[in-house]
Design a protein around this ligand. Structure first.
Ligand SMILES: Nc1nc2c(c(=O)[nH]1)N[C@H]1C(S)=C(S)[C@@H](COP(=O)(O)OP(=O)(O)OC[C@H]3O[C@@H](n4cnc5c(=O)[nH]c(N)nc54)[C@H](O)[C@@H]3O)O[C@H]1N2
Ligand SMILES: Nc1nc2c(c(=O)[nH]1)N[C@H]1C(S)=C(S)[C@@H](COP(=O)(O)OP(=O)(O)OC[C@H]3O[C@@H](n4cnc5c(=O)[nH]c(N)nc54)[C@H](O)[C@@H]3O)O[C@H]1N2
Ligand code: SF4
Ligand SMILES: [Mo]
Length: 690
């Protein structure tokens, strides 16, 4: 007879979106046994469907042992052999092709401490070829436009400021599915207090249901709409003249560009009635304080960076910076995007977001790490990874906690290139599409099986405690970095046995984390908001107060003229495919599809089609048909609705959508591909096309 099993409760930070919710994991004999709410933090006890079912942690499909590719498939091997094989390859490649023939695609799911250790290892190997999927596929335009205009790439304030806004403008952000806590606890609180909610989205999403003004823009034409709103603010003298005179440079340039975008002209391109454009402008202008938020949709078209510049500039015309009740910026999606960039997982930025080209900073970091210098050229080979593989400049790729074979545009193109590598290592918790192509697969411990800190999109750093034992022989990403360093003769440079030791080093290296000590983090349920430069510093909730982080201290206003897309719908591909998310699934579904309840409730791929078009094609609600693009095809279940425009098909991307997307069609400023705009047609079994 077994006695009562002891259940322990341990505080963790959610591993999915960047809201940074906290909760307790229940463990029984080191195994996951459920979740319980925890008071405090950003969510104060609330949970969303994903955080209600972490049963992927117990999945029998978790990786438990290192795997080696053989002619007859994968074979289990010992850790020592796997690490020796990897290090042998690294040494060979460096000896015959130089360190820039190595490339590292690292995870935004890592703790700050793991991220710091990994970038240190990579840079000590002599290359800046390190990156993460969120930069390649997601937030690069936001970061770039933020740095150019405000001098920082962070969100300017906190969710509490969103709740205090008089207007919340959600630009293509479907927060009800993608940031449920932001929507449920903060946007709705603003609305209850009388704020106006404006949603710009070609699809009438669950977020749009809550809007006072819903703007059904034609996909990809947002820049026209943003310019037109600014046109109304300027021509009708509704902008914040005092703020613009005192705090903004480059205003004249904006006036010159937006003057052509009258609501009537803009309407012809973006499909939004002129009256609605004026109504949006007047609503924004009436508010003293407000928030403008976006996320992936604004940054995955051919004008992404220009749209981000325009949205930051729109907020400047309204004076919505540096004050409580104002929060502006692109919401980075994954749980630790800001943190891993702060730690230096970036081909052009060192820890602390300092450019690798800054000689003084780089050399002082090098001397702290006990070497003369660090590589000073940005990691070009990783920015153009697949071209570099084609040219033989990248021979070895280490993919840690990313699934590019499913998450990057044009899966067959990505797969073809991953196969061309001399050597591919994948470190993950599951045997993903990418792992299946690897020479060596390493089993990683998941976040709840280790400890460390994450930095949420609010810049809130929080400690997540170890709640469970990893399955089989899975090891933490930090342990693997330390073990590799030992075998590569760099053991003295990564002498860490705990994440706390790494964080103490970070406290001395990254200025804005100077006061984010392990002790303070562990004591505080609310976490610490960076910048927090010293141990007695309370943390910083509002940025851009009184001055921007630019040489003159002023905001640098920018927008651009709209350009037609190089690829458009036409007779062969008449619809615009946009790829979207749903609340119960996460990206390539490696985790959520291995969670029992989530898998049952959220299955795909599913797509929304307008009822008029569905009738023309003979598609019934719930029936299957094929979506075909220039790159591939996918059979999906269609839902017939009036929530999408007639020219648009909205497809969940979690289940294979990147077979349909195009890697060549991208934002020229950053190279982020246009996964939100793909010309497509629909083929119905038994005949009709359209
Ligand atoms: N449940 C869940 N939550 C997530 C994620 C997840 O995978 N699952 N991922 C996280 C990550 S990494 C990110 S980056 C965020 C993304 O968060 P969101 O940007 O909110 O997510 P998406 O569903 O990709 O896109 C949002 C909306 O953009 C609209 N859209 C498409 N094209 C256009 C356009 O041209 N203009 C405008 N204005 N809107 C357009 C779509 O119709 C869709 O409703 O979500 C994060 N949260
Ligand atoms: N068509 C289309 N494509 C898109 C998008 C879109 O909207 N449409 N959105 C893009 C966006 S915004 C993003 S951010 C990217 C995301 O792209 P990815 O980051 O490549 O996608 P994920 O599925 O989140 O991959 C994370 C991997 O980490 C593993 N993992 C989880 N925890 C750990 C850990 O602790 N250690 C290790 N080693 N591994 C771990 C998971 O099992 C998973 O395989 O996708 C992009 N792709
Ligand atoms: S809202 Fe985001 S951080 Fe919060 S529980 Fe859901 S997925 Fe996790
Ligand atoms: Mo993202």
């Amino acid at each position: 007879m077994g006695g009562l099993t002891r259940v322990e409760r341990v505080k963790v930070v959610c591993p999915y979106c960047s809201a940074g919710c906290i909760m307790s994991i229940l463990s029984s004999n080191g195994r996951y046994a459920g979740v319980e709410y925890l008071k405090g933090g950003v969510n104060d006890g609330a949970l969303c469907p994903k955080s209600n079912d972490f049963s992927f942690l117990n999945s029998p499909r978790r990786l438990r042992k290192p795997l080696k590719r053989t002619e007859s498939g994968f074979k289990e091997i010992e850790w020592g052999e796997a690490l020796d094989l990897i290090c042998g390859r690294i040494k060979d490649v460096v000896a015959s092709h130089g360190p820039d023939a190595l490339a590292f695609l690292l995870s935004v799911k890592m703790f700050n401490e793991e991220a710091y250790a990994w970038q240190k290892l990579v840079r000590l190997l002599g290359t800046n070829n390190l990156d993460h999927e969120c930069r390649r596929m997601c937030q690069f335009p936001t970061l770039k436009a933020g740095s150019e205009t405000m001098g920082v790439g962070y969100l300017t304030a906190t969710f509490e400021d969103v709740a205090g806004s008089e207007v919340v403008l959600l630009w293509g952000l479907n927060a009800a599915e993608t940031f449920p806590i932001l929507m449920g606890k903060y946007v709705m609180r603003a609305k209850e207090n009388g704020a106006k909610i404006i949603v710009v989205d070609p699809v009438k999403t669950r977020t749009a249901w809550q809007a006072n003004i819903y703007v059904q823009v034609r996909p990809g034409t947002d820049l026209v709409l943003a310019n037109s709103i600014m046109n109304v603010l300027i021509t009708e003298n509704l902008y914040n003249r005092r703020f613009v005179e005192e705090m903004v440079e480059g205003f004249d340039n904006v006036v010159e560009i937006v003057k052509d975008y009258t609501p009537e002209e803009a309407s012809k391109i973006c499909g939004v009635p002129a009256g609605t454009i004026r109504e949006v402008a007047y609503t924004l202008a009436r508010a003293e304080k407000g928030s403008i938020l976006w996320s992936a949709s604004a940054v995955q078209t051919w004008l992404s960076t220009n749209l981000c510049r325009a949205l930051y500039t729109l907020a400047a015309l309204l004076g919505w910076y540096g004050r409580e009740g104002c929060c502006v910026g692109g919401l980075k999606g994954q749980n630790n995007v800001d943190g891993v960039i702060d730690m230096g997982i970036h081909p052009a930025l060192l820890p602390g977001r300092v450019p690798v080209s800054n000689d003084d900073y780089r050399k002082s970091l090098a001397s702290r790490w006990g070497v003369e210098d660090l590589p000073k050229n940005p990691g070009k080979n990783i920015i153009k990874l697949y071209e570099s593989i084609d040219a033989g400049r990248v021979r070895f790729l280490y993919v840690l906690g990313a699934n590019p074979a499913a998450s990057e545009a044009n899966s067959s193109y990505v797969e073809e290139h991953l196969r061309k590598l001399d050597f591919l290592v994948v470190q993950d918790i599951f045997l993903t599409e990418t792992a299946r192509l690897a020479d060596i697969v390493l089993p990683a411990a998941a976040w709840a099986e280790k400890s460390g800190s994450f930095t949420s999109v609010e810049r809130r750093v929080q400690w997540s405690f170890k709640a469970l034992e990893p399955p089989g022989e899975a090891r933490s990403d930090l342990e693997v970095a330390v073990e590799l360093a030992k075998r590569l003769g760099l053991g003295d440079k990564l002498p860490y046995s705990t994440p706390e030791e790494v964080l103490r080093e970070v406290n001395g290296v990254v200025k804005s984390y100077g006061g984010v000590t392990p002790d303070r983090l562990k004591e505080s349920v609310e976490g610490l908001f960076i910048p927090c430069p010293s141990p007695d510093h309370p943390g910083t909730r509002l940025l851009c107060v009184g001055r921007f982080n630019t040489p003159s201290g002023k905001f640098r206003a920018r927008t651009a003229r709209y350009e037609e897309p190089p690829i458009k719908p036409g007779p062969e591909y008449p619809y615009i495919l946009v790829t979207v998310r749903v609340i119960g699934s996460w990206h390539t579904a490696s985790m959520t599809n291995n969670a029992e309840y989530l898998r049952e409730r959220w299955r795909g791929p599913t797509a929304l089609i307008n009822a008029v078009e569905a009738a023309k094609l003979g598609i019934k609600d719930g029936s299957k048909a094929k979506i075909v693009t220039g790159t591939g095809e996918l059979t999906v279940t269609f839902h017939v609705t009036d929530k999408v425009r007639r020219d648009t098909i909205a497809l969940t991307w979690h289940w294979g959508a990147n077979r349909l997307t195009n890697h060549e069609f991208k934002d020229p400023d950053t190279g982020v591909p246009c996964v939100k705009y793909v010309p497509c047609r629909v083929e119905v079994p038994g005949g009709r096309h359209g």
